[in-house]
Design a protein around this ligand. Structure first.
Ligand code: SF4
Length: 378
């Protein structure tokens, strides 16, 4: 992320972490913060799983995790990996054989805690499989499944216990000369997760996978995640995020992106700035924004659109957006392009017209970007 010298209060100084690869996606270092989700289909149903991965990727997921609890899942994984547009993380719980099978099937990363898979020989076998097949590993500490000896030592799940658990798993990988790992220390309690993440961020330079686990349904989980992840990201902690919701994985991706967009850490698609509306509105703001959100889902170019009910805030917001519409005036509103008043448009044609303007602007931005990239380096 570039730093802003004019508005320094917008700067986020990211924690310095090592960079690893999850397939083709870099995680950590100066790589963009990646967005992940997880499928909830039966993994052995290849068609359903690939369809869900594709939908998540279309919504912007950079990486998708797939659970591989049994042999039929790891068998299906090979075809899933072959058809997936994004790298796949195989979620392993305890069974070392599933980890080896997943690595052989082409998983880009294994989510596995090396301390939970048994003997040193088994750990060595898994690490060898990961090395042989170019897999990275995510250590996933969870407050709900901390090791017994740590619960006995600390009495209950607490940040110190979670950090200690993470460091124990890290040590096992390092003792086996394996360094392509990232780590998460998740909890459903925002305070516990935030404190554990701060602790682990201080204790290691491994890239960090952020998440508030079992955050809840779409609304409550979004809010919990925005508070937990938002605060950590604002502190500069976090290299990849997964929002866990009891909802469609596509919703998790959208929420993950919105959190990153709110902090200026990633930009994708149309950022709609809209007012809550009130009796002054010159058109139905809420219905219009709902319709535009759907109609503009296909735009991936980062750009901004202001949809404001009246002239109280409309012209001011339009100044700072690529396309703007402000209501007011006998069934018509003002269209703004690049911050300047452009022309009036009737309310009943305005949705189609705005979609057209946004598509045009997106094509312009893409063309300018392509021309910039084609310029020879000085
Ligand atoms: S911008 Fe106008 S319509 Fe929108 S909330 Fe404010 S006063 Fe109401």
């Amino acid at each position: 992320m570039s730093l802003n010298s004019i508005r320094p209060w917008r700067n986020i100084y990211r924690r310095k972490s090592r960079q690893i690869m999850v397939g083709s996606v870099p995680v950590g270092g100066d790589a963009p913060i990646s967005v992940q989700t997880m499928t909830n289909t039966d993994t052995s149903d290849v068609a359903a799983t690939v369809a869900q991965i594709q939908a998540a990727a279309d919504a912007g997921a950079d990486i998708v995790r797939v659970s591989t609890p049994d042999e039929s899942s790891t068998r299906a994984l090979k075809q899933i990996v072959a058809e997936s547009p994004v790298p796949i993380v195989a979620d392993i719980h305890f069974h070392y054989k599933r980890a080896i099978e997943a690595a052989e099937a082409g998983a880009a990363c294994l989510r596995i805690n090396p301390g939970n898979i048994g003997s040193k020989d088994r750990v060595r076998e898994v690490i060898r499989a990961a090395k042989d097949h170019g897999c990275s590993i995510r250590i996933g500490v969870n407050a709900g499944s901390l090791e017994k000896h740590l619960l006995e030592k600390y009495g209950e799940p607490c940040p110190e216990a979670m950090v200690e658990s993470g460091l124990e798993h890290i040590r096992i990988l390092q003792d086996n000369d394996f360094h392509e790992f990232k780590i998460s220390v998740k909890a459903s309690d925002v305070f516990l997760a935030a404190a554990a993440y701060q602790g682990i961020a201080d204790a290691t330079d491994a890239p960090i996978h952020l998440g508030i686990t079992e955050a809840g349904g779409l609304t409550s989980g979004t809010i919990k995640s925005a508070i937990g992840l938002g605060n950590l990201l604002w502190m500069g902690i976090g290299d990849t995020v997964r929002v866990s919701l009891s909802a469609d994985p596509v919703e998790e991706v959208k929420v993950g992106y919105e959190i990153l967009k709110s902090l200026g850490l990633r930009h994708r698609g149309v950022n709609i700035i809209s007012c809550p509306s009130c009796a002054r509105q010159g058109f139905d703001v809420i219905k219009t924004v709902e319709a535009l959100e759907q109609r503009l889902e296909h735009i991936k170019t980062p750009m901004s659109l202001s949809i404001i009910g009246c002239v109280v805030n409309g012209p001011g917001e339009a100044l700072m957006t690529d396309v703007g519409f402000t209501g007011g005036g006998a069934g018509t509103g003002m269209v703004y392009l690049a911050g300047k008043q452009s022309h009036r448009m009737s309310n009943d044609q305005m949705i189609d017209h705005i979609v057209e303007q946004v598509e045009k602007k997106a094509a312009e931005i893409d063309a300018a970007e392509a021309a910039r990239e084609a310029e020879p380096a000085e």
